[in-house]
Write a protein that binds this ligand. Structure first.
Ligand SMILES: Cc1ncc(COP(=O)(O)O)c(C=O)c1O
Length: 408
């Protein structure tokens, strides 16, 4: 089975520089690029659903895997391969499989490694649709889940059953920025023969590399920071060659494949990932400090704040704290909605990871499908507002928040 772009006759842009010696930002710009016949400088987009062969013999050899080459874009596509190689290198993983969305990446992972009767332990404060996937969809297949507190290692241990095959967590979590100890959670998972998958959406490999702390799989909603400009949907899984071979076999048969155009957008996004993540982090830190001092703020959730309960842990596994923060305004839903409705610059939308700052009310949007108990356990209160700080001038973002507070 082939996923490489080795069939393209061309010159690797880094052919004179060993990739193993290249730094993160160099890999983000050049890894995976194979020039075609035109010697184009920017990565080409191979907008094709299938590939042709010179003979029946060559077609047979390519389909059987005896010969390197692409056959059909549900299985592999050169533009998608560039993104996969680049992201694998940035995460420090052996291989990567791209998918059509972040949710399809999680579903793909689960249906690859789990079967009826198996059990998953998942941190409670993961993305709302991830909770629904585990709770409402996988249970139909007889796959059970236990939700635990991300920070409480005893909870992880206690939730294990003889059927536990997968641990899943998101760190920092959405939207209240709790941080899980990846190394310790991985140790617990491995002690019972389970895999640990980490949703690395908030940090991206620019700020955190979960595989280096013992995670087995990194999962991405590429839709967020990997694109960085809110243009397309996509997802990815990064892990060992063996695991990714199984994941690729699932994608090949079941079809949650990434489109070449989207892969091209993501590869372009990776080129500026480090710069953007550093800039998001600086702006979010400034806004968090400003919010902490505001009289109409009851609580700020940002792990970059020294007062955040997970600040010290975050410093050990992240190089910066990312662009997402949340805060509770004094009052309840009416005050939170009044704040949001009075803002003019920030975009009222559920997406995050964009150069444009976005604002949302998690309890009635991204996490609206959770029960009241689930919301309470995940810290999603009626007065909570999430801001994913973009790359506008931070003084303009603060001025927009002033508009919000003046409506309360
Ligand atoms: C942390 C996290 N994981 C997963 C997802 C799902 O990704 P997608 O929307 O690309 O399916 C999201 C989407 O917002 C998210 O925020």
């Amino acid at each position: 089975m082939v996923h490489s772009s080795a069939c393209i006759t061309g010159v690797n842009a880094l052919s004179n520089t060993p990739l193993s010696e290249a730094g993160f930002e160099t890999l983000a710009i050049r890894e995976g690029l194979v020039r075609g016949f035109e010697q184009e400088h920017s990565d080409p987009i191979y907008a094709t659903s299938s590939f042709v062969f010179e003979s029946a013999e060559q077609a047979a050899a390519t389909f059987s895997g005896e010969r390197d080459g692409n056959t059909y874009s549900r299985f592999s596509n050169p533009t998608v391969s560039v993104f996969e190689k680049r992201l694998a290198a940035l995460e420090g993983g052996e291989d990567c499989v791209a998918t059509s969305s972040g949710m399809s990446a999680i579903l793909t992972l689960c249906l690859t490694v789990l079967k009826t009767g198996d059990h998953v332990v998942c941190s409670r404060n993961v993305f709302g649709s991830t909770v629904s996937l585990f709770n409402n969809m996988l249970t139909k297949l007889g796959i059970n889940v236990s939700f635990v507190a991300l920070r409480n290692l005893n909870d992880w241990r206690d939730a294990v059953t003889p059927e536990t095959k997968l641990f899943f967590c998101e760190t920092p979590s959405n939207p209240i920025c709790e941080v899980g100890d990846i190394r310790q959670i991985a140790e617990i998972a491995h002690s019972v023969g389970a895999l640990l998958a980490v949703d690395n959406c908030f940090c991206t490999p620019a700020l955190q590399k979960p595989l280096a702390f013992g995670a087995d799989v990194v999962m991405h909603s590429a839709t967020k920071y990997l694109d960085g400009q809110g243009r397309v949907l996509g997802g990815a899984l990064v892990g060992s060659i063996e695991l990714m071979a199984d994941v690729r076999a699932f994608v090949r048969v079941c079809g949650p494949s990434m489109s070449p155009f989207n892969a091209w957008v993501f590869s372009k996004g990776l080129e500026t990932l480090q710069l953007r993540m550093d800039a998001h982090s600086v702006r979010a830190m400034t806004l968090a400090n400003w919010l902490v001092a505001h009289e109409k703020v009851a609580k700020v959730n940002y792990c970059g704040l020294a007062t955040h309960p997970d600040h010290d842990l975050a410093k050990t596994q992240q190089s910066a704290f990312g662009g997402v923060l949340s805060f509770e305004v004094t009052g309840g839903q009416a005050e939170a909605w009044a704040f949001i409705n009075a803002t003019r610059l920030m975009s009222l939308t559920a997406n995050l990871g964009d150069v444009k700052t976005t604002i949302c009310h998690p309890a009635s949007t991204t996490h609206g499908r959770l029960s009241d108990d689930q919301k309470r356990e995940a810290g999603i209160t009626a007065s909570l507002i999430r801001i994913a700080v973009g790359l506008e001038d931070v003084s303009d973002i603060i001025a927009d928040c002033e508009r919000g507070f003046s409506a309360i």
